[in-house]
Design a protein around this ligand. Structure first.
Ligand SMILES: *Cc1c(COP(=O)(O)O)cnc(C)c1O
Length: 429
């Protein structure tokens, strides 16, 4: 095998949220299989990230590979305007069987951020059709909804890079994020700020958008289902649409197929992405009710005004359908329960380390919040030496491993974190 030109990578290729002035080294991957990432150096890493929530069944899965290969021999893409195909139909049928029955219409989009853009546009067009001007969205602090402009505008301005764009972004409304943790006794005062913002501004608000139960990239916060139930009730009471962004939480990650199920609620608009294709390629979907879809299409435009070039890409749809068929077997339920049980047993003892501020978990998500931010290059190298792939950010070290991870794998992941906490002077600022 040729040696990779890593200098070229460092000097010319942008990675997510990185600098061209002081780029950190990236670890070159030769291949991946199951929950193992094989580096070009020959080192093998146990994956703790599922490539950002996506690779729920692990890498190089025979069933998913077969679906892509089979579809590739037919066609990798045709335009979706005026044409349709079995991969899209099969995928959307399976999706509609999994989500609340009230959701009846699927818009296939390219990425999570675009699914959010589509959801926001649906809500705006819905009110436009009804002859009302409702230019604002209400969302939660510590939320994250993506990196495109409308998605940034509903992402927490104080806990992200997006404050740089102030002045370019529409100003929406932010309610206090839920304070009651998932396993804590519910504090009814928690909903007060959200409620008063809705009371005050509802005539201007097209929709509420939030991440149900788990706020991901904005802080890995896991909150009480009563908060979500109260949000649903208030949205109904004030006649405001509810958009659930399940791009991170969807497809079993929290122990339920969708996080909304923890609260027993259904949104008016649902965004899914990330794990939709089992992590094989980019694809997302925005689902809505018949009422919203028909109101949108009865308006001045007489259609929903969006249609990406690669909409309904057959390769992506085929692998997504195959991933959903793996989910249908139900094995994920036991796997995620076992991971949750492992976290519940093995994460709380980490509280003994002075650097640890809080420990939380739900389903196949485990979070260690620290007092100080990590030293990224140092801790990354430490994890690689320990034979694991864990990618912290700021004061958060978190695990969201593929569902097939064994307790030996999880032990190795948690032990690597524990060793970093034991030598906190080396690995934290
Ligand atoms: C990752 C994420 C997005 C954005 O998805 P991309 O595919 O990165 O555009 C939106 N919302 C949530 C909750 C996410 O976790």
């Amino acid at each position: 095998m040729n040696t990779l030109d890593l200098d070229f990578d460092r000097n010319h290729i942008w990675h997510p949220y990185t600098s061209t002035i002081s780029p950190l080294n990236c670890y070159p991957v030769s291949h991946a299989s199951g929950n193992q990432i094989h580096l070009e150096s020959g080192e093998v890493l146990i994956d703790g990230m599922s490539s950002w929530w996506a690779a729920i069944h692990g890498y190089n899965h025979p069933h998913l590979n077969a679906a892509v290969t089979e579809q590739l021999s037919r066609m990798s893409h045709v335009m979706f305007g005026g044409l349709t195909h079995q991969p899209a139909i099969g995928l959307c049928q399976k999706l509609l069987q999994m989500v609340p029955a009230s959701l009846q219409h699927v818009f296939l989009a390219d990425s999570g951020s675009v699914a959010v853009e589509v959801a926001l546009k649906m809500a705006l067009q819905y009110w436009h059709s009804r002859g009302e001007s409702r230019p604002r969205f209400l969302t939660l602090r510590h939320g994250y909804h993506g990196d495109t402009f409308a998605a940034m505008s509903v992402t927490d301005p104080d806990n992200s890079m997006h404050r740089l764009y102030r002045g370019f972004l529409p100003e929406h409304l932010f309610a206090d994020s839920p304070q009651t943790g998932f396993y804590e006794p519910w504090n009814p005062l928690d909903i007060n700020d959200f409620q008063s913002q809705l009371e005050q501004h509802h005539q201007q608000i097209a929709a509420v958008i939030l991440e149900p139960i788990v706020q991901g990239a904005g802080g890995m916060r896991i909150y009480h289902p009563h908060y979500l139930q109260a949000v649903r009730k208030l949205c109904d009471q004030f006649g405001v649409l509810l958009i659930a962004d399940e791009i991170a939480t969807g497809f079993g990650r929290t122990g339920k197929l969708f996080a909304c199920e923890h609260a027993g609620i259904a949104p008016d608009i649902l965004c899914v992405g990330k794990a939709l294709t089992g992590g094989y390629m980019t694809l997302s979907a925005t689902l809505t009710t018949q009422h919203v879809a028909q109101t949108v299409c009865a308006g001045e435009a007489q259609c929903f005004m969006h249609g990406p070039t690669f909409m309904g890409n057959p390769l992506a749809c085929a692998v997504a359908e195959a991933s959903l068929s793996l989910i249908e077997t139900g094995d994920w339920q036991t796997q995620v329960q076992q991971i949750e049980h492992f976290f519940a047993t093995h994460l709380p003892p980490l509280q003994q380390y002075g650097m640890v501020k809080d420990i939380r978990w739900l389903g196949a998500i485990g979070v260690i919040e620290t007092h100080q931010p990590v030293r990224m290059a140092e801790i990354q190298a430490h994890f690689v030496r320990q034979g694991v792939w864990i990618r912290p950010f700021g004061r958060l070290i978190y695990l969201m491993p593929p569902y097939l991870s064994t307790s030996e794998d999880l032990t190795q992941l948690v032990r690597a974190i524990e060793r970093a906490l034991q030598q906190s002077a080396l690995f934290f600022q």
